[in-house]
Design a protein around this ligand. Structure first.
Ligand SMILES: [Zn+2]
Length: 117
């Protein structure tokens, strides 16, 4: 009888197509974005019509985005197998969503539900 080879599964999660390469790529993207959010000059550029002043809404938005990115980064570095899994329903977050929103911690459905609260 065929005896399955014992495999060492570390960072590879082939079932979800979230392999180590993808995780590392996402990590890079998140770091890139965080750099942007943490650079006051860039923020000024984005709101040049306000002459360097950031509206409370923009400030809030930037904070929320960078907070999410940091959370995702923490997942990637500490528990990569959790990245890509929705925090609420434990379903896989579609790869397409992660590519667009590397900081996504929930599937679209749960995130919408949460935002409505
Ligand atoms: Zn979900």
């Amino acid at each position: 009888m065929y005896k399955p080879q014992k495999m060492i599964v570390m960072l590879d999660v082939p079932a979800r197509k979230l392999n180590r390469t993808f995780i590392l790529e996402q990590r890079e993207r998140i770091l890139e974005r965080l750099k942007k959010y943490n650079d006051p000059e860039k923020i000024k550029e984005q709101s040049s019509e306000l002459q360097g002043e950031i509206t409370p809404y923009q400030f809030y938005k930037l904070n929320v985005v960078s907070k999410k990115l940091l959370e995702a980064l923490k997942l990637i570095e500490e528990t990569p197998e959790q990245y890509g899994v929705c925090l609420d329903c434990s379903q896989d977050i579609p790869l397409e969503r992660l590519k667009k929103v590397p900081g996504a911690l929930r599937c679209t459905h749960c995130q919408t539900k949460k935002d409505q609260k």
